[in-house]
Each structure stands twice: as C-alpha cells, then as structure tokens.
Design a protein around this ligand. Structure first.
Ligand SMILES: Nc1ncnc2c1ncn2[C@@H]1O[C@H](COP(=O)(O)OP(=O)(O)OP(=O)(O)O)[C@@H](O)[C@H]1O
Ligand SMILES: [Mg+2]
Length: 261
C-alpha cells in the first residue's frame, strides 16, 4: 500500500496512480519548444502507449513525468493523484514510480542485491517472488551460484535479455503504482523475448503504465495510444480505432516506419 503524506497535517492519502498532463508545453532550451500543449489523463491502472518517429518527444514526456526536468508554472501542470508534481519530493516520486528503461544500470554485486536495489527493505522471499514474477528466476537458478552469482557492473557477463529480466524484477520488487517503460528495440532471441513479454505483462497488471511502445502486443493492449509528431499529439485512441481512422498511426503501422515489430 502506498500513501502520500500531507505536509500540512501529516495525514496519509492513498496513492492511486492517477496521472494528468494538463496542457503542458516544454523545451530543454529557451526558444525551442519540444512539447506543445500535451494533455493526457491516465486513470489508475490504465496503460498509455507513446508512439511516434524519432525526435517526436516520447522520451521527453517520460522525462517530465519522472521529474528529470520540471515544467515552468506558466507552461501547464502535471498532477499525480491531484498533487502538482513539483510539490512531490523527488525521492518520494522516484520511489513510487517504477522505471524499466532501455539500458538497465547494474552494479558490481550479486544478482540478489541487484534486484533488491528496487526496494532495499525487501526480504529475501520478496526478492525471489519478484524474480519469479519477472520470469527471471529460471535463468538465475541456472547460474553457477544462483542468486548469489556476482555480476560485473556493466552486466557484461549477462545477455541483453537477461539484463532486461533483471530490470523487470527490480521494478517488481519495488511494487510501484505507476510504471514507466521504454521498451527495448534490440533483437533478442525468441525464447527470451517471450519470457520478457510475459514478465512485462505481469509487471504492468494493476498499475498505471506509460510505455514507449515498440512491441505490437503492447500497443494492442494499451487503453490509449498517443501518436506524437514534432512534439504534438496528433492522434489518440485504441489500436482498433486508430487503424480504422487510417491516419498517421495506420500509415506508421502498415508502412513499418513505426518501430513496432
Ligand atoms: N537533453 C536534451 N537537451 C536538448 N534537447 C533535447 C534533449 N533531449 C531531447 N532533446 C530534443 O527534444 C526533441 C524530442 O526528443 P525525444 O528524446 O523526446 O524524442 P523521442 O521521441 O524519444 O525520440 P527517439 O524515438 O529517437 O527516442 C528532439 O528534437 C531532441 O533533439
Ligand atoms: Mg526516446
């Protein structure tokens, strides 16, 4: 169970995972707007998929949600359960926001510690449970020392697919209400790909998810797909509705110029 603490009187407010972008514009530098009037309403548990060509602003949306950059007050608001994002302490925000990004940062240490990093208070049983949910348990058990196998900082002794499975396990042990995913594009063998897919699906269940989608199954399952172009949302809807619309999404999709495999 997650809760916000109200600084005024210390009472706890249940954290539901509702995220609102209210007419947000943003630029990394002055005089160069990268996002134009973005409005998004993710209800608790919904999956929002971001698609669009390179440079369209997908990562920027996620950067704002995780407060890697702040939106100036006059350029719109982002609300997390009705609380303006910039009023939430960065540490609190990061803990309540799980991230599975394309390059997972692993450190030199055991597999166990690398997963537990997602939640330093987790017990051994919770770490193992998270690894099972992520579908990482199988490969870990086949390593010479199982969960106590030491991996090097760059994860050089693991395959890319295995590193992704660890990233999913790490997010699972944190058990956050909101999840940010940047799906990997690199080709991974079909068997590992299937493991990752199932692990991701289990991880996403019951959480609000923002995902930069590259997999067809992800967009198909999204409650809303946002098609970005040059920093604006040009189309939005479900996979079916966007296909029927025969607009940009349809062309990206059928022309294979979208990075959906
Ligand atoms: N840190 C930064 N500083 C300045 N400009 C940036 C920065 N990050 C991104 N941009 C610019 O913002 C625009 C949107 O970039 P963004 O990374 O959000 O695109 P994207 O949709 O994630 O692209 P890709 O599919 O290639 O990952 C681009 O014009 C990019 O050059
Ligand atoms: Mg990006």
């Amino acid at each position: 169970e997650w809760a916000w603490k109200d600084n005024a009187d210390n009472h706890l407010i249940r954290l539901n995972g509702e995220v609102v972008f209210d007419d947000v514009s943003f630029g990394y530098r002055e005089n160069k707007t990268v996002l134009h009037n973005i409005s998004i309403h993710a209800k608790p548990g919904q999956k929002i998929a971001l698609v669009g060509s390179t440079g369209s602003g997908k990562t920027t949306v996620i950067n704002l949600l995780s407060r890697f950059y702040d939106v100036p007050a006059e350029n719109g608001r982002i609300l997390y359960d009705g609380v303006p994002l910039n009023e939430i302490k960065k540490d609190d925000l990061r803990r309540s926001l799980g991230m599975v990004l394309q390059d997972t940062h692993l450190f030199t240490g055991t597999i166990f510690d690398n997963i537990k990093y997602g939640n330093l208070e987790a017990s051994r049983a919770q770490v193992l449970e998270a690894a099972k949910l992520a579908n990482a348990d199988g490969f870990i058990r086949h390593l010479e020392n199982g969960y106590d196998t030491v991996i090097s900082g760059d994860g050089a002794n693991l395959s890319q697919g295995q590193r992704q499975l660890l990233a999913i396990a790490r997010a699972a042990v944190a058990n956050p209400p909101v999840l940010v995913l940047d799906e990997a594009t690199s080709s991974i063998d079909t068997r590992t790909e299937a493991l990752i897919q199932t692990g991701m699906d289990r991880l996403m269940k019951g959480r609000t998810v923002f995902v930069i989608a590259h997999r067809l199954s992800t967009v198909r399952n999204a409650d809303e797909i946002l098609v970005l172009e040059k920093g604006s949302i040009i189309e939005r809807g479900t996979h079916e509705s966007l296909i029927n619309q025969k607009g940009r999404y349809y062309h990206l999709y059928t022309g294979n110029s979208i990075s959906i495999e």
